[in-house]
Ligand binder design. Structure first.
Ligand SMILES: Cc1cc2nc3c(=O)[nH]c(=O)nc-3n(C[C@H](O)[C@H](O)[C@H](O)COP(=O)(O)OP(=O)(O)OC[C@H]3O[C@@H](n4cnc5c(N)ncnc54)[C@H](O)[C@@H]3O)c2cc1C
Length: 103
């Protein structure tokens, strides 16, 4: 296996038969490369994954890969996180509870 670090994939490419056949990516110096592949594993989390699918338009997939429903990139949800810090005179034993709980 060759691991290429500090590279950013721009799009997943599709061949004439409608099957994924590689990616186009930029290396650490911003130079564009093409990598052919029989299989592409996409695991870029909740934002990067739909971003790449939507960037990957082609004759077979004009609205992006896996997006025939038009729902890729829609309905993304975050769990909001709020935190308040304070200093108390007495020990509150906050370490005994999960961080999201009021302690
Ligand atoms: C603040 C925070 C706290 C969390 N706490 C917890 C917790 O306590 N317990 C828990 O179970 N989970 C927690 N999570 C969730 C957990 O971190 C994620 O679910 C998990 O890391 C997802 O793994 P992943 O491999 O799918 O994606 P990631 O670990 O996000 O990996 C995606 C990778 O894809 C790369 N990438 C994206 N786009 C491109 C591109 N175009 N080209 C090349 N590479 C690209 C990114 O740089 C990244 O390295 C937390 C997340 C956050 C943000």
């Amino acid at each position: 296996m060759t691991l290429k670090t500090h590279c950013r994939v721009r799009e997943i490419t599709v061949g004439a038969n409608g099957m994924v056949d590689g990616v186009v990516y930029y290396d650490a110096d911003g130079v564009e490369h093409r990598q052919t592949a029989h299989v592409v594993v996409l695991a870029c989390n909740g934002i990067g994954t739909p971003r790449l699918l939507l960037n990957s338009t082609s004759k077979h997939f004009p609205d992006g890969l896996a997006n025939r429903s038009g729902l890729v990139g829609k309905h993304l949800m975050f769990h909001p996180y709020a935190m308040i810090l304070g200093v108390f005179d007495e020990p509150l034993d906050g370490y005994k509870v999960p961080p999201a709980a009021a302690s």
